[in-house]
Design a protein around this ligand. Sequence first.
Ligand code: FES
Ligand SMILES: [Fe+2]
Length: 407
Amino acid sequence: MTNHAEIIATEKQDAKGANPPIIWPQKANLLPKEIFVRPDVFEEELARIFYGKEWLMIAHEAEIPNIGDFKTTQVGRVPLLITRDNDGEINVYYNACSHRGVQLETATSGNKLRFRCPYHSWLFNAKGDLIGCPNKPGDFPSDFDKSNYPLDRPRMAIVHGLILVTFNPETPPIEEYLEGYIDKIAQVFGGDGNLRLLGAQKVVFHANWKTFHDNDTYHAGLLHTAFQMLNWSGGSGHQTANARGHRSYVGEVTLPEEVNRLKDPSLIEFKGEASECSSASVRLFPISGMTRHLNTIGIRFANPISVDETEVHYTYFGRAEDDEEMIRHRVRQASNLLGPCGMVSMEDAAVFHRLHTAGTTPGNAVFLKGVTDDHGIPEEFQQSDEAANLPGWEHYRQTMGYPKEQS
Ligand code: FES
Ligand SMILES: [Fe+2]
């Protein structure tokens, strides 16, 4: 079946079937809509962004707290295996046997210290060493040595427990890549990376990955009914955004004096010092991010599946020092507020889909809130400015090599 993305791609091809170049509008607050629906753009994004000079968030070490715990995931189409070995160290491997390249592990998560490839029974430990491979003397070349066949690894970094990888040797070191944002990540996590996994949900949005990542702060009080009901719109917060496309948000959350719209107001209770009641988030280019709101701590690990599918793992955390009561509270609050069906985020999926469906229409998307000069990108951003997304779009344009339209 032909989907709408393929239709528009075909319509735009010239007589030889070549795709026309993307020409970016001159004004800094405009985006060409076709980048959201063209399959050729998606393929180029995998190469230039997801396999390019970016660090990609793939897990938090609190997801695999015990020796032998593992998780599998993907960056673009590349499958990865994350293990905690018998020394307690975290390892990230390409999830592919070093013999003929079969995907080694298919479970999403589990606990084991040995991984057996089903094809020819090669056996690896959680450190990625090949520890067994059936063969008789004379079967293999005489210089065969198991130590030459470990699992292959991408570059890896850990920041406040957040595990990131890059496939490109030229990606800057993580400290440089996250300059200015390492402390902000700690702030979202409640001080440091000492977290405890409480649960996870997986969702596939029928929308392009950029639609998910571009979700702005302008919409929160307008789209989400619960934000209005609870009067959380506020306005005193602020955002930051840098030239690598990372952005952050910090805002106060004023608890309503009287909650008469919820049968059980404890759902939106804040446990802790009132002065600590706030909302904070960090979104790292290109796609993933983390949020703290009231007592919820969530990380959204996202991955582009195709031009019109985006998979998001919503993971929910508490602090390692939480008592049982606090854990119960966080579990109830987490997915019920900021999960894919949560009170203050459930409308997002519908809007992502509608944005994507109409991405086939001609013209540009426009950003206005917080824009003071439509040819320039502001440096200061208020709580609800959609302009905070513009530095990321300029980073995207440059990474993709799209020229600006000449006047
Ligand atoms: S491909 Fe894994 S053992 Fe042969
Ligand atoms: Fe939203």
